[in-house]
Each structure stands twice: as structure tokens, then as C-alpha cells.
Ligand binder design. Structure first.
Ligand code: BGC
Length: 734
């Protein structure tokens, strides 16, 4: 019997996705297939008319929402839902097969409501809040016609001089895994095809955070062991636990192989080992860059390398349309490979429901709603890290009637509070810290002294005449993000001197660091009454800062990267391998070592603040750490228990962290690794038993070939409030 249905299989939403994909691919010409493999700004076609013709001919798979050659990193042009719909209508109703375009944009930390930069979100140690924040960003972005975000970025970074450190989740693979999965789930929701979901993209695959010297785009030289045990972990989690729809290649080469040409990454790991079924997009122009890396013969050869490695889509239309057909004719790539790559793109287009709802009904109620703003404000407070406090914070009623000077370079800034990759909210939408402070102070009967003058002599004059000084130092968002790297890891020029000048006023003072990254500020550590890392926390930075200063919210963030004492210590991270010249475990901290950090010739290698560190407005104690079994077979789990007590006088939140050491293995393992954390809130005097279940995921590791091993022998576990915990409770895997 012949099929009487007039609806082609691929248009039938009742059909399984794989059947729809196969049916559609079987109907496509080679040109149409290549069209799907192209992402463009639109501008490549010259004018609007030419772009519309290209849509009609099925030459556009995706559009990237930006308007400059600096990728998406400029938000000068807002989004026109009307225009997106108009173009979509041409693709859907006037092209031969009616395949919708997938609109991508960098929704990195919020959209019209800007959320804290991702490094700050990692500091919250709160995956659920990170998920919710991404969910709200997805809701805003999808209300404006965005289907796909180029986030989360999950590049582990142990060199904060790299400007892009602020886009990721810091130095630790376990924390990055948890954050990456949470963000993917937030963007994609339970159902990727829901109208308020957007497709996520795990980037940059892989090793970009290890660019040498923190110089953006520089090559990395990552060993195989580090690749498997550190760099790849969040990507694997994003694929296998998060179900991320897309992956973006990284710009740099590792061991001489540009990521966009890496069959190891894109075929062996991503598809064959982790079973990824979505699609890979190159980073901006990164296919062409294979040639600039000198890792192929010419531009055409770069396309051969990228296609064969498995790059489904070229970000920025340039080389795929020019060379794919010729390469097929020359048998340097096969049409089967093209079919496979196009199938990946179509699979995601079907899965995210684009064929069923290609158009966007603008929904202003989802933009900057009360709910989203409140979430942004709450999350900001939960990201802030209190590094020092002698009791001056939170400001109490005793400040009533006193004069508080608010000074420093960040007091009147707006746009920089949004951080790098804020494409959704123009600078004028941000409230300054000065405005928020003036209002809050008035409400509380405090006299705020804020000068408009940018001159430090004038600001110091204000400081001199006040009872308390709040000094807001920090960096511009333009100092972070892509194309930014610094040779120094310090506050911008002159600001350390300002801290020192405030010290000399003799007034009590609080230093607030408003930046993408937590800088070492020795003057604040040594002399300030409090030091708060407030980050670039987005739209609600200023309001959230007031919540924290005046005690409406407790700053419950913990450092997601180690803060060095000085930049000469970089790269610096807690999860180092055992060094040489250490005789045994017990003596590890003796002689040459202080808290696991070496000191030579009087030079101190102790960081200023360790990973995982942060204070709150109360104090906690962790005790009674024990394991339920001291010997287990490899398939079993160990439960670690500890008692957490709020020993202070306020309700507060602790981030309880569990670290594990694999004492002896066939290779040297990190001195300790974070294997679990819990954020626990307790009333004063109250206690709670905090449990961590450790399984193979925590105890195993990868060998240099990527094989998973769990070796028998001794492990030690520790629980505490930051990474200075010394794992000392033993158990054995037999
Ligand atoms: C960045 C990516 C970004 C892309 C699109 C590139 O330059 O490396 O992270 O998603 O541009 O804007």
C-alpha cells in the first residue's frame, strides 16, 4: 500500500526525531546541506536583500545575533523580534524545504536582567541557584527570539591573568562539573522544546583555559593525564549528565593540534566515548584559523580537517560554502560525513521544537520581571565573598547618626557592574553603588558622604572627615573577557596606593572589590576592617551590595579560585600533585611546607586566600569527621559524616566541603581533590550532620590513555570550610 499522507515525514511532529532527520537529509541537495552547516551574522551577504535570497535558497543554518567583527562581545544593537520573525518566515515559508534558522547569541550570564558573571556564580557553591538563574535568562532570551546560547563556558583556569577566567567556574573540576550541569539544565529546562528553553553550548572544547601565560588565544600544552582528569571533566558532565545540545570548539591548539581539527576531541572523546548526538559549532572563524595555526596546507585543507574531525557548523560563513563541494569531488571528505554532520544540526533543530514553533511571540512580561530582578539580587549576595571581617560588617544600628564616606573608583560606575559579555543591558540601566548607598544610608539614618570628584585628594578629604570609610576598588569589565589578558594580577594601577592612603586616615574602613576576579589586595588583608569581593554581579550589584553591607543578606560565596599573594605564584591552585622532597605523608607539611605550600629562601608560596574560603556573619565549626566503613570493595561507596555547628550568634550559611586524597596510586595524584560540597543554613547554636557519599566517581581517575582506573589502596578524607582541610580520616579500597 502506498503512503497516502501528504505531510512529509520530517514535518510530522508525531514521528520519532531520528526518522524525521533521516527523511529530511534524504531530500536535501548538497548545497542545502552545506547551507545548514553555516552560521552567519547576515552581513556576510552584503545587503539585506542578498541575505533574504540566501535564506530563500536554504543557505543559512543559523544566525548569530551580533553586529560586529568582535564576535558577540558588543551589545550596541538590540534584538528586533520583528526582524528575526521576518527572516524566519522566509526560511520556513519561502525556501524549498522550509528548514527554520536557529538564532544564537551569547547569553552568558543573564540577558536583559544581568546575572553575576559565571566565576561569581561558581562562588555561590549553589548549583540550584545557578540553574534557576540560567532558567530565567533562557526565559528572557527566548522571549526575544533567541533559540540557542553559547554558554556555559567550562574552561578550567588556573591562571587568573587570563581575562576569560571570569566566564568560567574557576580552578576546580568538581565545582566546574556541578556548575556546568546546573547551567545546562537551566538553559535547556526539562524540555528543550519548551518555548522558554534555549539550547545550551558547552565551550570551549577544550583546553582554552590553559593558554600559556594566560595570554588569550595562545597555545596550550596539556598532558594527557591533565586533559582527562581536569580539563575534560566538566564537558563530559555537560554531555552525559546535562544532555547539552551543542559544543563549541576552542580557538587554541593543544600539543600543536587546533581544537577544530582534533579528531581526538570531537570524535574519540565527544562522540565515541560520551555518545554526544548534538552538533559542534566552531568558535568564531576557528575553521579558518586552522590554517593560521600552520596546522594544515591552506584554507581548503582547513575545511577538510574540520569536517573530518567533526565540526558540524562553521561560525561565521566563510570557508564551508567555498570548499566543501570541491573537497567531496576530490574525495578528501565524503558525502556520508556531510550527512552525518548535517544530521546532528537537524536533530537539535527538531529536538528544540523549532519546526513546530519557528516564530517568536514577543513577551515583554518575561523581560526584567520582578521575579527575575529579585533572583538576580539574591544570587548576587550569595556570590559575594567576605575575605576579612573584624566585626565591622554587617553595619549595625550603631552607625546611626555617623558619617560614612563612600569613595573609590567604582562608586559612580554603571556598565562595568554588568561584567564582560553583557549584551543585553545598556550601561544606563545599572544603578551605581553611590546611588544605592545614598538611599540606603538615608533609610537607616546614616549620613553618607559621597563626592562626585574623581580626584583622590578630594576623596581622601571626605574619608578624613568621616567615622567610617567604604572604599570601592575594582576593575572595568573591559579588562576581563575575550582578548584581554594582563601581565599583572593586581588591582588596576594606583588602587593599592589608594587602599594605603585610606589606611593612613586612621579611620575604620571596609574595602569592597568590584571586579571580575578576586585580586590580592595586601593592604586590605593587613589593614582594612573588612574585605569583600563583590564581583561584577550584574543588574543588581549595587542593591545586593547594600543588602550585604547592612546585613539583610549574608555574603555566602566562597572563592572558586585561589587568590595568590603575588602574581609570581601563578599558576596557583589547591589541587597540586605531591611535590618531590617530601618524605612521607605525615611530614608533608613540615619543614619545607606550610599548609602544603612550599617556601624557599624566605619566599613564601602561601596563597593570600585559599580556594573554597569565605567568611559569613556567623561562625561555624566542623567536627567528628568519620567514615561508615574503613574497607570497601571497588564497587562500594563510603559515607563520610561530620557535624556542623553554628557557633556564632546569627543565623548563617556554611559551605561544607569534602576533600579526598588518593594516598598512593600508580601515578602521583593531587594532594587533595574536592569531591563534595553542601551549602547549609543553621540558626545560632544549632547543628547538623552533613553527609557525603563517595563512590567510584570520587575515588577513580584516568590514566594517560583515558582509561578509567580505581586502584586499591589507602584514601584519606577530610571535611572543612575551605581547601586548607587536611584529609586525615583513612579508608581502604581492597
Ligand atoms: C568567543 C566565543 C563566543 C563567540 C560568539 C568568540 O570570539 O570565543 O566564546 O561565543 O565569539 O560570540
Amino acid at each position: 500500500m502506498s503512503d497516502v499522507s501528504t505531510v512529509p515525514v520530517y514535518k510530522d511532529s508525531q514521528m520519532p526525531v531520528e526518522r524525521r532527520v533521516a527523511d529530511l537529509v534524504s531530500r536535501m541537495t548538497l548545497k542545502e546541506k552545506i547551507g545548514q552547516m553555516v552560521q552567519c551574522t547576515g552581513a556576510e551577504f552584503g545587503d539585506e536583500k542578498a541575505y533574504e535570497d540566501a535564506l530563500r535558497e536554504g543557505m543559512v543554518g543559523s544566525r548569530i545575533g551580533c553586529d560586529s567583527q568582535w564576535a558577540g562581545n558588543e551589545g550596541s544593537r538590540g534584538i528586533s523580534v520583528e526582524e528575526l520573525n521576518l527572516h524566519q518566515r522566509i526560511a520556513v515559508e519561502e525556501s524549498r524545504l522550509g528548514i527554520p534558522v536557529i538564532n544564537g547569541r551569547d547569553i552568558i550570564h543573564g540577558h536583559r536582567t544581568v546575572m553575576p558573571v559565571p566565576l561569581a556564580q561558581a562562588a555561590s557553591f549553589d548549583p540550584e541557584e545557578v540553574r534557576r538563574s540560567a532558567r530565567l535568562a533562557a526565559s528572557e532570551a527566548s522571549a526575544e527570539g533567541i533559540h540557542w546560547t553559547f554558554a556555559p563556558m567550562m574552561d578550567i583556569c588556573r591562571n587568573p591573568k587570563w581575562g576569560r577566567v571570569i566566564e568560567g567556574f574557576g580552578e576546580d573540576p568538581y565545582l566546574a562539573e556541578e556548575m556546568a550541569v546546573a547551567m545546562v539544565k537551566g538553559f535547556q529546562g526539562d524540555d528543550m522544546s519548551a518555548p522558554d528553553s534555549i539550547v545550551a553550548c558547552a565551550k570551549h572544547f577544550a583546553g582554552y583555559g590553559y593558554c600559556e601565560g594566560g595570554r588569550d588565544y595562545d597555545a596550550s600544552e596539556i598532558t594527557s593525564g591533565t586533559f582527562h582528569n581536569v580539563v575534560l571533566r566538566p564537558f563530559k558532565a555537560a554531555v552525559m549528565r546535562g544532555g547539552v545540545g551543542t559544543v563549541m570548539t576552542s580557538f587554541q591548539s593543544n600539543g600543536g593540534i587546533p581544537s577544530s581539527a582534533s579528531g581526538f576531541l570531537l570524535r574519540r572523546m565527544l562522540r565515541e566515548t560520551w555518545g554526544f548526538r548534538g552538533f559542534v559549532v566552531s568558535d568564531w572563524g576557528a575553521v579558518g584559523e586552522i590554517e593560521f595555526h600552520g596546522a594544515c596546507q591552506d584554507a581548503k585543507d582547513a575545511v577538510r580537517a574540520a569536517v573530518n574531525a567533526g565540526v558540524n557548523m562553521e561560525m561565521i560563513r566563510s570557508l564551508y560554502p567555498r570548499y566543501i563541494e570541491a573537497l567531496i569531488n576530490e574525495r578528501r571528505i565524503s558525502e556520508e560525513t556531510i550527512d552525518e554532520l548535517v544530521s546532528g544540526i537537524l536533530r537539535i533543530k527538531f529536538m528544540c521544537g523549532l519546526f513546530e514553533h519557528p516564530y517568536t511571540e514577543a513577551d515583554p512580561s518575561r523581560i526584567r520581571s520582578a521575579e527575575t530582578l529579585a533572583a538576580s539580587r539574591r544570587q548576587a549576595a550569595h556570590c559575594m565573598v567576605l575575605a576579612k571581617n573584624n566585626g565591622i560588617l554587617p553595619f549595625s544600628d550603631s552607625l546611626k547618626g555617623k558619617r560614612v564616606a563612600l569613595i573609590g573608583p567604582m562608586v559612580h560606575e554603571r556598565g562595568p557592574l554588568g561584567g564582560s559579555w553583557n549584551l543585553g543591558s545598556p550601561g544606563h540601566e545599572f544603578r551605581t553603588i553611590g546611588e544605592a548607598f545614598a538611599e540606603e544610608a538615608e533609610k537607616r539614618g546614616v549620613s553618607a558622604a559621597i563626592t562626585d570628584s574623581a580626584l583622590w585628594d578630594e576623596q581622601l578629604r571626605f574619608a578624613n572627615r568621616c567615622d567610617v570609610v567604604v572604599l570601592c576598588v575594582g576593575e572595568h569589565s573591559n579588562s576581563t573577557g575575550e582578548t584581554h589578558a594582563s601581565a599583572r594580577y593586581r588591582l588596576p594601577v594606583g588602587q593599592d596606593e589608594l587602599v594605603d592612603a585610606v589606611r593612613r586616615t586612621g579611620r575604620p574602613f571596609v574595602v569592597v572589590c568590584v571586579s571580575g576576579r578576586p585580586f590580592p589586595i595586601p593592604g586590605a588583608r593587613d589593614h582594612a576592617d573588612a574585605l569583600l569581593y563583590a564581583w561584577h554581579c550584574g543588574t543588581e550589584t549595587a542593591n545586593a551590595l547594600m543588602d550585604v553591607l547592612f546585613g539583610e543578606q549574608e555574603p555566602s560565596g566562597r572563592l572558586p579560585i585561589t587568590v595568590p599573594e603575588h602574581e609570581g605564584q601563578i599558576p596557583i591552585y589547591y589541587g597540586r600533585k605531591m611535590p618531590g622532597k617530601v618524605n612521607d605523608w605525615e611530614n608533608r607539611n613540615a619543614n619545607l611546607y606550610d599548609d602544603g605550600w612550599p617556601y624557599y629562601n624566605g619566599e613564601d608560596f602561601l596563597p593570600m586566600y585559599p580556594f573554597g574560603f569565605g567568611l559569613g556573619y556567623t561562625t561555624f565549626d566542623v567536627s567528628g569527621i568519620c567514615v561508615d566503613k574503613t574497607e570497601i570493595p571497588a564497587w562500594d561507596t563510603v559515607t563520610v559524616r561530620s557535624r556542623l555547628i553554628n557557633t556564632g550568634s546569627r543565623r548563617g550559611t556554611a559551605v561544607v566541603q569534602c576533600y579526598l586524597t588518593d594516598v598512593r596510586a600508580s601515578v602521583s595524584r593531587p594532594m587533595k581533590e574536592l569531591v563534595g560540597f553542601r551549602k547549609v543554613t543553621l540558626d545560632p547554636g544549632c547543628e547538623s550532620i552533613v553527609e557525603f557519599e563517595l563512590n567510584e566517581e570520587a575515588m577513580g581517575f584516568y590514566d594517560a590513555d583515558g582509561n578509567r582506573l580505581l586502584e586499591s589502596g589507602e584514601f584519606r578524607v577530610g571535611v572543612g570550610l575551605d581547601s586548607t582541610v587536611r584529609p586525615s580520616v583513612p579508608f581502604f579500597v581492597r
